[in-house]
Design a binder for this molecule. Structure first.
Ligand code: NAD
Length: 470
């Protein structure tokens, strides 16, 4: 019996965007293994040049790519264009990062003689992509991994294969063969089989914590395979004293509701000083009331599109009801104007009175508000999560920011900046359930190659000087 087709649907209309057969995992891995030696043997300068050509191909295809992303995952067109720009920018960042973090070095010492440090690629790496940034985030693994000399099996999210296929085509047009950067469509089943395949050398994953944990468990007895996990967050923003309340409200709304809350770094919890509550919460609500929710190509352009599908919208609606029935007080209800499509309005709920708040990532436009009395309580509340991706302090003094920075357990800690929109020119990743200490962005070079230390002399040289019978 042949496997069912992979089908992606346009969230804003329900129309079919892409349909195709899932990849044959054994074939894909075998092809990658055959391609690896020749790719790894290419001079580094050739691989870098091919990546620059890839950036040019993305530039040429920018409109088609942005339109496909917008259609397939529902984000507004302007935001899809930003994603394409990020794909292009990542190429120069990765080239610089490879040179700076994995460069060749001589470590000559009087004691040990000539030493050299060089790096080698792992081999065949599987890249598993999420739906919310279907080109930028897989690209953030693929480009550094190719530069380092690995070949790639790229399985895009089953919710965004059309975007993934276009990205793969840009590599091919640039001159990277379809065996070196293989497009391998499939769902979780193909993902599982790729992860378990003996012929791979590692998995570079971006997605949810439950999937990341499943991958980690699967490879727990395989220390020979590199595993980089970029996962979700239950991110906090702490609101403290500032005269700039309108700006603060804008940062909060941007952090909570950009991409309909479908960003790993989105603010899920707003922790507010009690004396500021009555000023800032109405400002945040009135700004959220003004958010245009619409289809990606609507005019005027929406701020938020739909969430990815009806299952996600159903889950978020249930989560909102759960919070309400367990002590949460709705400040702005989660509404779903068209029952058959996954458009959701931004929602705000005060969960201060809840006996226990579920520490899960609600991947959509729901912001919880929690009132606290002092700064220690604010930090404790912000850290009250197993995740550790992003946190921001809005307002506060430099001394308070120093305390916040020193005490927050997260990979991104900001001051008077949104939690979203981290720079890929810097390391990008989290701790706890957000990642396994292999941040991507500028540090991706680290997990794409391993260091090899070599003691090297042109002639054998004796080193045993004592303890021998004459
Ligand atoms: P997901 O975990 O559902 O899927 C991600 C990928 O894993 C998909 O390609 C999927 O097919 C595959 N997959 C699913 N189950 C698998 C399994 N058991 N074994 C192997 N592969 C499997 O994630 P999603 O819903 O597509 O993406 C949203 C999530 O990604 C959110 O949790 C978000 O926070 C996270 N995310 C993290 C970052 C980051 O940089 N930390 C960035 C973007 C998104």
């Amino acid at each position: 019996m042949s496997a069912p087709d992979i089908i992606s649907l346009e969230p804003a209309t329900g129309a079919e965007v892409w349909r195709g057969k899932p990849c044959d995992v054994d074939d894909v891995v075998a092809r990658a293994r055959r391609a690896w030696p020749a790719w790894a043997a290419q001079p580094l300068t050739t691989r870098m040049e091919l990546m620059r050509r890839f950036a040019n191909e993305v530039r040429k295809e920018a409109d088609t790519l942005a339109r496909t992303i917008a259609r397939e995952v529902g984000k507004p067109l302007w935001e899809a264009h930003n994603e394409v720009e990020a794909v292009i920018a990542k190429v120069e960042i990765s080239i610089r990062a490879y040179a700076e973090r994995t460069s060749q070095r001589k470590l000559d010492s009087a004691l040990q003689g000539k030493m050299a440090l060089r790096h080698k690629p792992h081999g065949v790496l599987v890249v598993l992509g999420p739906f919310n940034y279907p080109c930028h985030l897989p690209g953030a693994h693929i480009v550094p991994a190719l530069i380092a000399g690995n070949v790639i099996v790229f399985k895009p999210s089953e919710k965004a294969p059309a975007s993934g296929e276009l990205l793969a085509r840009c590599f091919q047009r640039a001159g990277v063969s379809a065996a070196v950067m293989q497009f391998a469509p499939g769902g979780p089943g193909e993902g599982q089989r790729l992860v378990a395949h003996d012929g791979i050398d590692g998995v570079l994953f971006t997605g949810s914590a439950p999937t990341g944990i499943a991958i980690n468990r699967k490879l727990a007895t395989r220390p020979d395979k590199i595993v980089a996990l970029e996962m979700g967050g239950n991110n906090a923003m702490v609101m403290w004293d500032t005269p700039k309340l309108a700006d603060a409200a804008a940062l909060i709304v941007q952090s909570a509701f950009a991409t309909a809350g479908q960003r790993c770094t989105a603010a899920r919890r707003l922790i507010v000083k009690a004396s500021l509550y009555d000023q800032i919460v109405p400002l945040v609500k009135s700004l959220a009331d003004r958010i245009i929710v619409g289809a990606p190509f609507d005019e005027p352009a929406p701020f938020m599109g739909p969430v990815i599908d009806n299952a996600a919208a159903d889950g978020l609606s249930e989560s909102f009801l759960y919070l309400m029935s367990h002590g949460g007080k709705a400040i702005k209800h989660l509404q779903r104007p068209e029952g058959t499509l996954p458009f959701l309005s931004p929602a705000i709920i005060d969960t201060t009175a809840m006996a226990s708040r579920p520490d899960v990532e609600l991947f959509g436009p729901i912001l919880q508000v929690i009132k606290v009395d002092d700064f220690d309580q604010a930090i404790a509340e912000a850290n009250n999560t197993r995740f550790g991706l992003a946190a921001s302090l809005i307002g506060g003094t430099p001394q308070e920011y120093n305390r916040f920075w020193a005490n927050m357990r997260a990979g991104i800690v900001n001051w008077n900046r949104a939690t979203v929109g981290p720079s890929h020119a810097a390391p990008m990743g989290g701790i706890g359930l957000s990642g396994n200490h292999r941040p991507t962005g500028y540090y991706a070079a680290d997990y794409c190659a391993y260091p090899v230390t070599s003691g090297e002399m042109e002639q054998p040289r004796a080193v045993i000087g004592v303890g021998l019978k004459s």
